[in-house]
Design a binder for this molecule. Structure first.
Ligand code: PEP
Length: 251
């Protein structure tokens, strides 16, 4: 088994209701029974409404739960409709996705993301920190500059980075069915890892790829040298497909 690919993060986005919990049964069984799956980190990130039910459902398993966003500020406060890291942690939730491009597109700046990451870490959440270039940036050959700037600004003033996983998600690839060329991904993930180790002083950084991962392209994606796993949106909502993707990384 080659499995250096240890992380499989399921981003359910704005999908799912209480009946969706039944679909976890297959993944729970797979994680328990398949010897290759035992050491994997499978992390479900459902919408806020399902975090508590997911934690209940997954409590005697090794599958973890994450939120898809959080506000900054660690106390109770007035921003109506907001949920902060302290509240997420109080549910025994362990992870949070931050910096997702669907949030950046709605005006979330690097500075806001940085404040959210700090707040999440202060509340002992592990962070899945998303970075990615737009199609326009890629065409203008600004991919490297964009990614390194997002990393530096997002991680500003953060010394202990051991609980931060980077998810490289080209914006144009999310939900589009398109993935970068494998040689481009090799190159970009190598640049990200080198920057994290050399400039950001990360020990043993973890980098995931996200953007239209499916049962077909995973056969190509699994061979990328610097990847530690995948952040999977659409394809993670169907347990059979999600399991199939994971299984395809086993050889
Ligand atoms: C995502 O939203 O983080 C994502 C990777 O989505 P998809 O797999 O559907 O492209």
């Amino acid at each position: 088994m080659t499995n250096k690919l240890r992380y499989f993060v399921a981003n359910w986005k704005m999908f799912g209701h209480l009946n969706s919990l039944n679909s976890l049964n297959k993944v729970i069984k797979f994680k328990k029974k398949n010897k290759n799956a035992k050491n994997l980190k499978i992390i479900y990130c459902p919408p806020f409404t399902l975090i508590h039910p997911f934690i209940q459902k997954l409590k005697n398993t090794t599958i973890k739960t994450g939120a898809q966003n959080c506000s900054f500020g660690s106390n109770y406060g007035p921003p109506t409709g907001s949920i902060n890291a302290m509240m997420i942690k109080s549910l025994k939730c362990e992870y949070v996705i931050l910096g997702h491009s669907e949030k950046r597109a709605k005006g979330e700046t690097d500075n806001i993301i940085n404040r959210k990451i700090i707040s999440a870490l202060q509340n002992n959440l592990k962070v899945i920190f998303c970075i990615g270039e737009t199609f326009g940036q890629r065409k203008k050959k600004l991919t490297k500059k964009t990614l390194l700037s997002q990393i530096s600004k997002g991680l500003k003033k953060i010394k202990n980075k051991k609980n931060i996983i980077i998810a490289y998600e080209p914006v144009w690839s999310i939900g589009s069915g398109m993935i970068p060329k494998i040689e481009d991904l090799e190159n970009t993930t190598r640049i990200i890892k080198l920057f994290l180790s050399n400039k950001m002083k990360y020990k043993n950084p973890k980098v995931l790829y996200g953007g239209s991962v499916n049962q077909k392209n995973v056969n190509l994606l699994k061979n990328i040298t610097n990847l530690d796993g995948f952040l999977i949106g659409g394809a993670s909502q169907n347990s059979n497909i999600f399991i199939d993707i994971i299984k395809k990384t086993f050889n």
